[in-house]
Design a binder for this molecule. Structure first.
Ligand code: DHB
Length: 503
């Protein structure tokens, strides 16, 4: 009897220890002593920064290889100096993420620059979007350029679709937690946490947009408290989004509204067989049918948004997909061509542009789309065989890949394929939070989608920008001329914009 009691006691003691070991809590107080000095060079000028790297930004992380943040602070701010008119009190915080392909991402460093103006995905190593070979050494780093212009830089890693803790909405929860850490520690470090400007490209641009849209919305609260996020707001001040692969639950119809009728495509593949030499393919009869069905769904969605142009006129599409919303998209392409022309670009080969006396007056939209070429097969995002990165994003810890649209479930070619939880689908789409009650959407937005970027439809960025404008936000939206799917290619312009909203 005595022995048995002892055994039970020992067992309780052992399990108590195991429990204690598992539950290490991380300290969320910023430690100003914990840094290394780095000397950086840009355009022949040298400057010093304090590098606070790999800070775990939640009390109870589930992945300490991703839920970490790097913070870089110009040394000048510790000497009472100013850079570009900013001081330790007023310096904005530039918050770039490295998320691509909805993969797990590490925080940016002063050494790498994965988004550096290169076509995305194909060069990314499998299982990560951490950059790897892509931009290293080839382009200026947004991190270094930001600091040269007086910005404090904070970059957070985030979980992604290839791990079972990284499915939606993990990455946005992580970025929000990192913002809370910065706000919680605002008094302990140089930089103004009221002036956080997020930056990202593609899936990272989508996450940047989502972060800007859903500040302090209660949908995310249970996830944030489970991680032990710092008790602070996660509202941000500005959003920079390059080619956001967003509004995923309506992106299939937007893609077919744009590309229906173009039945050849240049495929760029994800994963280990990723390549920069796309293969030329033709849609099957079945895919052509799916394209037409999806195209037909788009006008009802677009009309439901009740978007307005700058004069207050409602933007619509008729059942065949024509209307003033299409004209609005054309106007953005025309403005893009005009800017290129003004900068001396030779546009004589683009015979689908009508140019009179140095003025771009019209565009043959169908011919432009032929020039652009289709890249994805219908449905572009919620694939009927659940084979896309987005299908994996919307998986669960138990089910790797799921549908996330009714169309996908209804037409699925995979027996027993399931649809993601409606709340999680909602939580990944910024459109659901702009103008929502008890939600703090960023005031300032800069959105760029290259005029030759076919990873998602042009309508996606134009809808986002217009919806923001209609909700009283300050929006700077352009479709830079001939740019493919890429980001960070215009850093001077980016920081001119950032200065204009901060100063
Ligand atoms: C990315 C590109 C895509 O085409 C996509 O569907 C998702 C993500 C990217 O480059 O991040």
């Amino acid at each position: 009897m005595t022995i048995r009691t002892g055994a039970v006691a020992a067992f309780i003691c052992l399990s108590g220890n195991l429990f204690a070991q598992k539950k290490t809590e991380y300290n969320l107080e910023f430690n100003p002593q914990h840094y290394q000095t780095q000397t950086l060079t840009l355009d022949g000028k040298t400057f010093k920064v304090r590098a606070f790297e790999k800070i775990v930004y939640v009390k109870n992380p589930v992945d300490t290889s991703r839920q970490i943040m790097n913070i870089y602070i110009p040394e000048t701010y510790y000497e009472g100096g100013a850079v570009n008119g900013y001081t330790a009190e007023t310096a904005p915080i530039f918050f770039p993420n490295q998320i691509g392909g909805y993969m797990p991402a590490k925080p940016a460093t002063t050494g790498n620059n994965p988004m550096g103006g290169m076509p995305l995905m194909a060069n990314r190593p499998q299982g990560t979007s951490d950059g790897g070979v892509m931009g290293a050494g080839k382009k200026q780093s947004a991190v270094v350029v930001a600091m040269s212009k007086g910005y404090v830089v904070a970059s957070a890693g985030a979980r992604g679709r290839t791990t079972n803790t990284g499915k939606a909405p993990a990455a946005i929860v992580d970025l929000k937690a990192a913002i809370r850490y910065l706000k919680f520690n605002d008094q302990k470090m140089p930089g103004d946490a009221q002036k956080i400007i997020s930056n990202g490209t593609s899936a990272g641009g989508a996450m940047s947009s989502l972060l800007g849209a859903n500040g302090d919305n209660s949908d995310y609260e249970p996830y944030l408290s489970a991680l032990g996020a710092a008790p602070a707001s996660d509202e941000i001040f500005g959003v920079s989004a390059y080619c956001p692969i967003t509004n995923l639950d309506h992106a299939d119809m937007a893609y077919e509204w744009q590309f229906n009728g173009i039945n050849t495509y240049q495929n760029r593949r994800f994963g280990p067989d990723a390549t920069n030499s796309p293969t030329q393919n033709t849609l099957s009869e079945q895919q052509i049918k799916v394209s037409s069905e999806l195209k037909t769904l788009f006008p009802a969605y677009l009309n439901s948004l009740k978007l307005k142009d700058k004069t207050g006129k409602v933007l619509t599409l008729d059942p065949s997909g024509n209307g003033n919303f299409k004209e609005l998209i054309k106007s953005y392409v025309i403005a893009s061509a005009q800017k290129a022309l003004n900068q001396g670009t030779d546009l004589t080969k683009q015979i689908w542009l009508k140019i009179d006396n140095g003025k771009v007056t019209d565009i043959d939209f169908a011919a432009y789309l032929n020039y652009m070429e289709r890249q994805k097969t219908p449905p572009a995002f919620d694939a009927l065989d659940v084979s896309t990165p987005e299908n994996q994003l919307f998986g669960t810890s138990q089910i790797d890949k799921q549908h996330f649209t009714d169309f996908g479930v209804k037409n699925s070619t995979v027996a027993g394929a399931t649809k993601a939880n409606q709340l999680e689908i909602k939580m990944m789409n910024p459109m659901n939070y702009i103008g929502a009650s008890a939600t703090k959407t960023a005031a300032h937005w800069r959105i760029r989608h290259g005029s030759k970027d076919k990873d998602t439809g042009l309508a996606i960025s134009v809808i986002l920008g217009t919806y923001l404008l209609n909700n009283g936000k300050d929006v700077n939206l352009e479709l830079p001329w001939d740019k493919p799917h890429s980001g960070d290619y215009d850093l001077d312009e980016l920081f001119t914009w950032a200065d204009s909203i901060c100063k």
